[in-house]
Design a protein around this ligand. Sequence first.
Ligand code: NAI
Length: 332
Amino acid sequence: MHVVTLIPGDGIGPEITKAVTDIFSAAQVPVQWDEQNAGQTTFNQSGELIPAALLKSLEKNKVALKGPITTPVGKGFRSINVTLRQKYDLYQNVRPSKTTPGVHTRYEGIDLVLFRENTEGLYSGLEVYDERLGIADSFNRITMDGSRKICRAAFAFAAKHGRKKVTLAHKANILKMAGTLMLNACKEAATEFPQIVFEDKIIDNMCMQLVNKPEQFDVVVTTNLFGDILSDLCAGLVGGLGVVAGANIGDEMAVFEAVHGSAPDIAGQGKANPTALLRSALMLLRHLGEHAKANQIEHALDATLLRQEECTGDLGGQASTSQFAQHIIDKL
Ligand code: NAI
């Protein structure tokens, strides 16, 4: 039995979390949930954003499934996601984007995995504001060590999963220091994996090519800010935020989470699509070596996605979150 920390989160978090835990129970997955919470709801109840008990649970279990957490814009608390990624050096943000039969998109044949550096760059948290001059500086800190680690992880993943090509998205033509450092780190990693084709693309061209001909990409690696934006772009290519999984992976710990936010506009209405969190949970199962259970649930999910009427509204169906989960359970 694997013990996994479960963080339901805010907004639609508890609804989609329940769908996933119901499906796992029905499939008799050998996972025991250690439920802890963090975020806006927890803060309102206890005055704590990230309770000490949650950190203890993460440090003990080393693996977690996390729902979305509301982060107020501007003043207010620092993103819990960013805090956890930095505290536990979860330096890889891994986001697969694949077209699924039944999920309507403008494209076919997309199967790419994006590796976003998760702890550095413009999200390092190094910001200063000079009130007198009205100047805000946000530092784009890129380190050789961090760049090497994420680029190597992308190549190692490509090699392990029989993928053919790694594309680095960067802006080394303008960011002469930070961009070039990442480019050099990636070239260095590429020499270790001669069987994998390496190419680099400037970020603006990368965006255009992703929209124009996304099926040409296989594994993509990039910095934190570019990766944040590109990963949502990739989600849009394959059906939207409701269907895309994500993982934050370090050498010691891994936190799996849906790509989307807490969706306050539909929270509490039973409209949320649990697919993104379920697919993240399937990544978690594979991380734990439970491939057979992951495949079993994935087949039931794919069969449900083929029947639009059994899906939630964002996929053109009429099912509620719990009805959608039940349709998956019926196909296990
Ligand atoms: P959002 O992802 O919550 O919502 C964007 C749009 O997508 C909304 O129209 C929403 O209804 C829809 N949507 C999202 N997930 C869906 C699902 N599973 N099923 C059906 N429709 C879905 O992004 P937004 O509105 O920018 O952010 C809301 C809050 O979430 C903010 O406080 C933000 O900071 C936080 N957030 C948290 C993340 C996390 O915890 N990983 C990631 C992104 C945002």
